[in-house]
Design a binder for this molecule. Structure first.
Ligand SMILES: *[C@@H]1O[C@H](CO)[C@@H](O)[C@H](O)[C@H]1NC(C)=O
Ligand SMILES: *[C@@H]1O[C@H](CO)[C@@H](O)[C@H](O)[C@H]1NC(C)=O
Ligand SMILES: *[C@@H]1O[C@H](CO)[C@@H](O)[C@H](O)[C@H]1NC(C)=O
Ligand SMILES: *[C@@H]1O[C@H](CO)[C@@H](O)[C@H](O)[C@H]1NC(C)=O
Ligand SMILES: *[C@@H]1O[C@H](CO)[C@@H](O)[C@H](O)[C@H]1NC(C)=O
Ligand SMILES: *[C@@H]1O[C@H](CO)[C@@H](O)[C@H](O)[C@H]1NC(C)=O
Ligand SMILES: *[C@@H]1O[C@H](CO)[C@@H](O)[C@H](O)[C@H]1NC(C)=O
Length: 405
């Protein structure tokens, strides 16, 4: 039998390996909006929001759309803290925009009052900036002024982060959402007022080892407290199956890349179309001509609705990226409402696709800022944040047991 001291040293070594592996990655648990349901009305309202976000023209019946609420679409969000001492906020981590903003204590509208507001006078690390911003979203816009302070996410501290303090909003129910603000994770080119985005500060301040972040979004509807993870500084191979398939970013503003082809069953829908990975969108958005082809397969009406029948009789959608086919089965790209189904794919007057959570919820996504590329792999639904922690511990205990018996 081995000497207990050697075994203890070995155990300590094992523990330190586990700790250092976890130490290089920072995990931010993401919550899923409790009231999120992908309904037809929500999809229509979201399309209006997406159109404004991407400056698109969509044939919408604005009198009908105005009545729809789209809070439900902003489904994934997590905690950050701003200032010293830290003031906590819940923000949507959005790879489709590049600014950080939260409500200001100077905002007294009802929608600000129901959220956590940032008070600069309560923070010893606050620095004023004062430049004005106005970001157009959804059915309206938010505006306010810029400020600078310390931002902490999962224990990582970023100094001198410039962000927006929202003082007013018009025609949008943004601030009525489950979260307080938005933290944009797209490239600097998209940043309003040319503010250096959060992740670029994280890199330049050497806070993360690798200029990479990744998302695991649970597409499951059952878990509200654990909706997924944002991982800063790398990827966690426990959360996906197989190897990541990489594709270069074709233009570093949005997280944009080229698909090889997109098929619905055996029907070729497109070849070489551009697409954007957007965690802040729940749907799939297709260029109008491609959407028309898809709608034809389902004999869908002008609203994208058709008699559903058995959902799994419909074809699988295949999105080929860097030679690898990623499938989306009908239960993910269709919205079933009783006898009818609607496409969770919406048309827009543009030449690129938007891969929202319908896609990103099936595929773990690595956003590699340093190499300007994206990596995709099927999510490993069996692994969760707590489970991987427990597994690590069980492994150590198992080794300990083997040696002591
Ligand atoms: C637009 O919406 C209004 C009100 O809901 C409805 O009466 C009208 O028929 C719609 N028009 C179209 C073209 O769908
Ligand atoms: C976020 O922070 C609040 C308190 O500020 C806490 O109640 C909540 O559990 C946190 N959520 C997560 C997912 O960590
Ligand atoms: C405010 O922030 C912007 C963007 O970071 C910067 O260009 C500008 O110089 C700042 N202005 C002041 C007064 O600090
Ligand atoms: C933050 O800004 C101050 C000057 O306002 C500067 O002295 C400090 O080095 C900056 N810190 C970082 C981490 O950039
Ligand atoms: C933002 O700008 C737009 C267009 O310039 C304007 O219509 C809107 O009222 C502004 N929003 C706010 C909240 O000031
Ligand atoms: C939006 O905010 C208002 C005012 O606080 C509240 O009455 C309403 O229930 C909120 N709606 C949702 C969907 O949260
Ligand atoms: C949903 O969650 C359950 C339990 O966590 C898991 O077994 C199942 O595979 C998940 N389904 C999907 C489609 O992710």
């Amino acid at each position: 039998m081995a000497h207990p001291q050697i075994l203890l040293a070995l155990l300590a070594l094992l523990l330190s390996v586990v700790v250092s592996v976890n130490g290089s990655l920072r995990r931010i648990p993401i919550q899923r909006s409790p009231n999120f349901k992908r309904t037809r009305a929500a999809a229509k309202a979201e399309m209006f929001y997406i159109a404004r976000k991407y400056n698109l023209n969509v044939a919408t019946n604005s009198s009908a759309v105005e009545k729809l609420s789209n809070y439900d679409n902003f489904q994934y969000y997590g905690n950050i803290s701003i200032g010293t001492p830290g003031q906590n906020f819940q923000v949507q981590f959005d790879t489709g925009s590049s600014n950080l903003w939260i409500p200001s204590s100077q905002c007294t509208s009802t929608s600000c009052m129901v959220h956590t507001r940032y008070s600069s006078y309560q923070s010893s690390t606050y620095k004023s900036n004062g430049s004005i911003f106005n970001i157009t979203y959804g059915t309206g816009s938010v505006s306010g002024f810029m400020s600078q302070d310390v931002v902490s996410v999962a224990g990582l501290v970023i100094r001198n982060q410039t962000f927006g303090e929202v003082t007013s909003e018009s025609g949008t129910n943004f601030l009525n959402a489950s979260f307080d603000g938005i933290l944009g994770l797209a490239f600097p080119m998209l940043a309003v007022n040319l503010v250096t985005p959060f992740f670029q500060n994280l890199i330049s301040q050497n806070v993360v080892k690798q200029p990479v972040f990744s998302f695991y979004l649970r597409n499951n509807g059952t878990t509200l407290n654990y909706g997924g993870e944002l991982i800063l500084g790398g990827s966690d191979p426990k959360l996906y199956r197989g190897a990541l398939t990489y594709v270069p970013v074709s233009y570093p503003a949005y997280w944009q890349f080229y698909t090889d082809s997109i098929q619905m069953g055996n029907t070729l829908i497109s070849m070489g179309d551009a697409a954007i990975a957007d965690t802040g969108t729940s749907l799939l958005v297709a260029p109008q001509a491609e959407y028309t082809q898809i709608a034809k397969i389902f004999s869908a009406d002008s609203e994208g609705v058709f008699p559903c029948g058995k959902i799994n009789k419909w074809p699988t959608m295949w999105i080929k990226i860097s030679g690898v086919s990623f499938q989306i089965t009908p239960e993910y790209y269709l919205i079933q409402e009783g006898y009818y189904c609607a496409l969770a794919i919406q048309p827009a007057d543009q030449d690129f696709w938007i891969m929202g959570d319908v896609f990103l919820g099936r595929y773990y996504t690595e956003f590699d800022v340093g190499n300007q590329r994206l990596g995709f792999a099927p999510v490993n639904a069996a692994n969760t944040l707590s489970q991987s922690g427990v597994l690590g511990l069980l492994m150590v205990l198992a080794v300990y047991k083997i040696f002591f018996h």
